[in-house]
Design a binder for this molecule. Structure first.
Ligand code: NAD
Ligand code: UDP
Ligand code: UDP
Length: 336
């Protein structure tokens, strides 16, 4: 009708972006072990504002206490299986219990967190145009028939076992990420994380590194689950956080393995902990749980080539770095 066309109103997000160059970053699961170390690193950059959304199932406010009240930090009690309406530029989506005893505790909730939680974070990313990174897992390879595991390996996963809520949940989460990428053009990043350890691991989460360190400090036998020849590769948490940030900031969608290729049997791990932390403790063989993968080691060729990343901290250097944190929380000071 000849009337001049009005320019579109800027959305509140675009409007605020016009005035401030800060990067607003959501970390789901940011009160947990890896998430809280990631928050520490992101907060070092004064251009970052960090929002954590966490339901505190396995995480705690204690892990974030140094940031509570900081003007660039916000903590929201939120369950990712519910809708979240906020404005952000990047999403690190970590929310999900990671330790077998916690993810098996309420398996239906675990799969909802992986599927509905990831769907909601993708819906949020789509609405605000944010880049989103998913922390997937080496468990997508199941009990692998290829060793070490490259990203191209499709895995050997039991779809109806007791670990499936986690393994298959993460596999669906990866599928959702790629479907939103192909269908809606979302910028996605997928990290396949291998076993990670460091300060702030839950003391009672039943994972092998936290178990052995707590047992050594308490002077209890180190419980190696049979056969003891099963292997894992352990990545120190500062290396993991560095890899996740490089992946987010880089140009590759992934999936990319992030882990330390140093491979140890559980018996070797126990011997190392004994030697480094308490030579007086015994090593005891105990029963294992079903579907325990026999071997696991990342092929990190892609991370090296595409992200220029490789881990720096060796297992024998990383284990003692956990000791002081565990001693403090267990109330067992070191004897001189
Ligand atoms: P963690 O249990 O310490 O942290 C997970 C966090 O997510 C916790 O703070 C928990 O309260 C929160 N959370 C769980 N369900 C939620 C929900 N429904 N809504 C909101 N928050 C929720 O575990 P972590 O070791 O820090 O693992 C972080 C991520 O890395 C997870 O996605 C995990 O699958 C992945 N990962 C970890 C490892 C490892 O070795 N630690 C290995 C592979 C993958
Ligand atoms: N969602 C959200 N925050 C948003 C936008 C969407 O939590 O800012 C959730 C929403 O509840 C939905 C999911 O993300 O269930 C997927 O959103 P999408 O827009 O992709 O799908 P639709 O709503 O059309 O099913
Ligand atoms: N494990 C062990 N003693 C323990 C706890 C675990 O020997 O006290 C073994 C377990 O059988 C598995 C390995 O350590 O082979 C890693 O188990 P964890 O639960 O830490 O991680 P995931 O199985 O998820 O890799």
């Amino acid at each position: 009708n000849g009337a001049p066309k009005q320019p579109p109103m800027p959305s509140p997000l675009r409007f605020s972006k016009f005035f401030q160059s800060n990067m607003r970053i959501l970390v789901t699961g940011g009160a947990g072990f890896i998430g809280s170390h990631l928050v520490d690193k992101l907060m070092e950059n004064e251009k970052n504002e960090v929002i954590v959304a966490d339901n505190f199932f396995t995480g705690s406010k204690d892990n974030l206490k140094r940031w509570i009240g900081h003007p660039r930090f916000e903590l929201i009690r939120h369950d990712v299986t519910e809708q979240l309406l906020i404005e952000v530029d990047q999403i690190y989506h970590l929310a999900c219990p990671a330790s077998p005893i916690f993810y098996k505790y309420n398996p239906v909730k675990t799969i909802k967190t992986n599927v509905i939680g990831t769907l909601n974070m993708l819906g949020l990313a789509k609405r605000v145009g944010a880049r989103i990174l998913l922390t997937s897992t080496s468990e997508v390879y199941g009990d692998p028939l290829v060793h070490p595991q490259p990203e191209s390996y499709w895995g050997n996963v039991n779809p109806i076992g007791v670990r499936s809520c986690y393994d298959e949940g993460k596999r669906v989460a990866e599928t959702l990420m790629f479907d939103y990428h192909r269908q809606h053009g979302l910028e996605i990043r997928i990290a396949r994380i291998f076993n990670t350890y460091g300060p702030r691991m839950n003391i009672d989460d039943g994972r092998v590194v936290s178990n052995f360190i707590a047992q050594a400090i308490r002077g209890e036998p180190l419980t190696v689950q049979v056969p003891g020849t099963q292997t894992r590769s352990f990545c120190y948490v500062s290396d993991m956080v560095d890899g996740l940030i490089r992946l987010m900031e880089g140009e590759n969608t992934g999936p990319i393995n992030i882990g330390n290729p140093g491979e140890f049997t559980m018996t070797e791990l126990a011997e190392n902990v004994k030697e480094l932390i308490n030579p007086a403790v015994e090593i005891k063989m105990v029963e294992n749980t079903p579907d325990d993968p026999r071997q696991r080691k990342p092929d990190i060729t892609k991370a090296k080539e595409l992200l220029g990343w490789e881990p720096k901290v060796k297992l024998r250097d990383g284990l003692p770095l956990m000791e002081e944190d565990f001693r403090q929380r267990l109330g067992v000071p070191k004897k001189n």
